[in-house]
Write a protein that binds this ligand. Structure first.
Ligand code: KG4
Ligand code: ZN
Length: 334
């Protein structure tokens, strides 16, 4: 079954044609980073307007690439589209496109959960047996999950305040490094001493926070209380600040993930979301000889249409379809 996937939940406009939930026939991701750069973050109103402008060219390009692989629009048997969570004004652009194509082509469409799609993404590269622990870290989400099936996911822990990528972006903004900040901090951190500042680890253990993380205290320490945590001798360079921040940001996440491994006995870990590109995170996880760690390629880590088409295939195969009256939601639960 050939499925067209549509993703427009934030600042990426993406389409893909995927066969049987695994084989990517064509895939186009158009990012709006340049539009949001002047504001150091995604501006919802700009995002939705840009989606309106971009969606048809991105769709056409995806279908042109599919045509090169011998796939015509009439070969598409179903459509998947992100309906939640995300920015409502952006989601609605993708959803209406899906409804229009579904009506015009007379094929079913299904609205899918963006989080479940991220955790499905590595399955597009290779078959990973369930269950696994899913680590989803992006500009909007920070979650440790127990993944038992494509739609059977238990959230074990999450950030109680800022998302991990958001903390990277806010620190980068404060130090005037640019946007998005994650990659810029990651690169600068490579030249820094990660012990120059002993930034604080959030102490969340009790009261149901066994797997939760928090980034607001760390972010505040890096931005407003630099001297408090300085070792008194290292240079107060941006490289040292980035390296020290990154070590605490990623280690606090890994501590909770390792706790989940211990508690569940599950040693297969699948990472997703933009922060999964972080070199410190990758190196730390890959150093574990007893863990099977899967990092999807960058194109599948970030927001993309292929993961939407991939997971939608499973819903459509089971006859799980959406109606023309379906809506969008900013919430994880839809
Ligand atoms: O998944 P994504 O592309 O978009 C959403 O947030 O949905 O993730 C973007 C986030 C940004 O916050 C960006 O700063 C962060 O991922 N990021 C990184 C790295 N590359 C991207 N964070 C840390 N290290 C990186 N190498
Ligand atoms: Zn995402």
């Amino acid at each position: 079954m050939l499925v067209l996937g549509i993703e427009s939940s934030c600042d990426e406009c993406s389409f893909a044609v995927v066969e049987n939930g695994r084989k990517i026939i064509s895939h186009v991701i158009a990012t709006q980073i340049e539009d949001h750069k002047p504001y150091n973050g995604v501006v919802p109103e700009i995002a939705s307007r840009r989606h309106v402008e971009m969606i048809t060219p991105v769709y056409r390009q995806t279908m042109e690439l599919a045509a090169e692989q011998g796939v015509k629009p009439s070969d598409i048997q179903g459509i998947g589209v992100t309906t939640h969570p995300g920015l409502s004004g952006s989601l609605v652009v993708g959803l209406n496109y899906a409804k229009a194509l579904s009506y015009a082509w007379n094929v079913p469409y299904v609205g899918v959960n963006h989080i479940l799609a991220h955790l499905y993404a590595p399955q597009l590269e290779q078959e990973i047996p369930y269950p696994y622990l899913g680590l989803l870290v992006s500009g909007g989400h920070t979650m440790i999950t127990l993944v038992k099936g494509y739609q059977d996911i238990q959230v074990l822990g999450a950030s109680i305040d800022d998302a991990c990528g958001e903390a990277f972006d806010k620190v980068a903004k404060h130090y005037g490094l640019g946007y998005p900040g994650g990659k810029l901090i990651d690169d600068l951190a490579m030249q820094g001493n990660d012990r120059a500042f002993a930034f604080p680890f959030a102490n969340l253990h009790k009261g149901g926070h066994r797997y939760d993380v928090s980034y607001s205290g760390l972010k505040n320490a890096v931005i407003n209380q630099l001297d408090t945590f300085w070792d008194g001798k290292s240079e107060k360079s941006v490289e040292n600040i980035c390296a020290s921040f990154q070590r605490v940001a990623i280690t606090s996440l890994l501590k909770k993930l390792y706790r989940a491994v211990e508690d569940t006995g599950i040693t297969t870990i699948v990472a997703g979301g933009g922060v999964a590109a972080n070199s410190y995170l990758r190196k730390s996880l890959e150093e574990h000889p007893d863990y099977q760690v899967y990092f999807p390629g960058m194109e599948l880590c970030t927001d993309n249409g292929a993961m939407i088409a991939g997971i939608a295939y499973h819903y459509l195969k089971e006859g799980n379809v959406s109606g023309l009256d379906a809506g969008v939601s900013p919430r994880v639960k839809g």
